[in-house]
Design a protein around this ligand. Structure first.
Ligand SMILES: Cc1cc2nc3c(=O)[nH]c(=O)nc-3n(C[C@H](O)[C@H](O)[C@H](O)COP(=O)(O)OP(=O)(O)OC[C@H]3O[C@@H](n4cnc5c(N)ncnc54)[C@H](O)[C@@H]3O)c2cc1C
Length: 437
């Protein structure tokens, strides 16, 4: 077993260790008790300093774009994480508190803060805010990319091929199992906490948008691992041939678990890489290269969620065709309620609203049609992100911005010019029917 690679570890400030009562792991991205480098690093540090470890998670009703569906799923996952931490003799505190404030409040009695890594704008701001104000060292440990993002590539990658070469060279170093550490001091805290084993009660306290219903899809690390096992046994051999066919259900369904950090991408990649074959190769391309291309996007491109963040050629061609006549314009309300003249699109949108999920190929088609039915390409991007992030269980993720952006030319190449799409790769209902009947 390997120790945590030094490239995953970053000191976010220059404070010296305080004489605290515990090491604090401020949990945010990696919401799991296993295969979590930030957690193992924190256990190590606690052992080294002869202190117990306290893990803290702050729930805010103001989390960007989150609604009942997301909160219900996340709290259900945290129930299992809290229990697993307790079994590992690690303390866990769950509070209704703005996450950076929770970290700073608990930092008063901490010798050091360890945290995991966040890529999106607000997650980076929160970590900077804590690092600037904490009276102790704040150490960030990367646990949700197979290859740490700056190591993989030092700037924005224009397309997957650029990243693929580098990642493949670096995989032997970073695709390694993680050694689990045993805490030497048992955690015994009387810090106030909500009861993480009663997610319904925590949910009842939250004043959040309740218009989007929770979904019937099991949450938590055990469910993620069970899904991975089933996928490997039943569908991995067919993945290379059938993953792009929305009529087949061969993909892993792991994206919500990855989004909430309930399972490590390194754990998934480790399991699958030992199986080998074309299925494993195709799957690892999606899990590592494509997923980490999205991390690369949000890390290096400050406009990742805006029209200005698209490549110049895509912006220019879309602007040049912005005045092209559209066959029909749908309002946000029509789109959200799946009231278009395209039954394929309506079915995809209805499924998204009902189940929180949509197959990747349908997602591509769904996003491309928005370009045809909205007055401006900026509207297509805005509405695509709004609907995706509101209803998808895996929404509000770096992949959300890369996926919707891809529909408008991101990470892609120019195609022969045509109305509305300009040089952006088109997708049409006729093409869809030709492919799938
Ligand atoms: C318009 C649009 C919006 C999207 N929004 C999201 C989103 O909000 N959240 C999200 O996680 N993904 C998003 N994607 C990417 C992709 O559709 C999903 O990751 C995939 O469908 C998840 O299903 P799965 O777990 O069964 O994937 P599998 O095929 O089993 O792949 C395994 C993992 O690899 C990664 N992956 C697979 N396909 C892609 C891809 N094309 N790009 C990047 N990573 C990929 C995911 O983490 C996925 O869980 C979007 C794509 C498009 C075109």
């Amino acid at each position: 077993m390997t120790r945590i690679e030094p490239e995953r570890i970053r000191l976010l400030n220059a404070r010296t260790f305080a004489s605290g009562q515990y090491i604090l792991y401020w949990m945010q991205t990696s919401q799991r008790a296993f295969w979590n480098p930030a957690l193992e690093f924190a256990v190590d540090l606690a052992n080294e300093r002869g202190l117990p470890l306290l893990v803290a998670f702050g729930v805010t009703p103001y989390y960007p774009e989150a609604n009942l569906r997301h909160y219900a799923w996340m709290l259900e996952g945290l129930r299992e994480t809290a229990q697993a931490l307790r079994e590992r003799r690690i303390g866990f505190v769950l509070r209704l508190e703005y996450p950076p404030d929770l970290a700073l409040n608990l930092a008063r009695n901490a010798a050091a803060i360890v945290t995991d890594r966040g890529y999106l704008r607000h997650l980076r701001v929160w970590r900077r805010y804590v690092a600037e104000r904490a009276p102790c060292p704040v150490i960030e440990v990367e646990g949700d990319a197979v290859v740490p993002v700056e190591v993989a590539y030092p700037r924005q990658a224009v397309r997957a091929s650029v990243l693929r070469r580098r990642i493949h060279l670096l995989l032997p170093r970073f695709l390694q199992p993680l050694q689990e550490q045993v805490p030497r001091i048992q955690a015994d805290f009387d810090e106030p906490s909500l009861d993480p084993t009663s997610p319904e009660k925590v949910l009842a306290l939250l004043e959040v948008d309740r218009t989007v219903e929770p979904v019937d899809f099991p949450s938590g690390t055990s469910a993620a691992r069970a899904r991975l096992r089933r996928f490997v046994e039943e569908n991995l051999p067919r993945y290379a041939d059938l993953r792009s066919d929305p009529r087949q259900d061969v993909t892993s369904g792991l994206s919500p678990y990855l989004h909430f950090g309930q399972i490590s991408p390194v754990e998934i990649a480790w399991e699958v890489s030992h199986i080998g074959g074309p299925g494993a190769e195709a799957f690892l391309e999606e899990l590592i290269v494509r997923r980490e291309l999205a991390l690369n996007l949000v890390w290096y491109n400050p406009d990742y969620d805006r029209f200005e963040g698209l490549p110049r050629w895509a912006r220019e061609t879309l602007r040049a065709h912005a005045a092209d006549p559209r066959p029909v314009l749908y309002s946000l309300e029509d789109l959200e309620s799946a009231r278009t003249d395209d039954p394929i699109w309506n079915a995809a949108q209805s499924a998204l609203v009902r189940t929180g999920r949509m197959h990747n190929y349908l997602r591509m088609y769904w996003g491309k049609r928005l370009l045809v039915w909205t007055a401006q390409p900026e509207d297509a991007l805005r509405i695509g992100l709004y609907l995706n992030n509101k209803y998808a269980l895996d929404g509000r993720d770096p992949n959300s911005y890369a996926g919707v952006g891809w529909c408008l030319g991101l990470h892609d190449r120019p195609f022969p010019e045509r109305p509305i799409f300009g040089k952006v790769r088109p997708m049409t209902p006729e093409g869809f029917r030709r492919k799938f009947g």
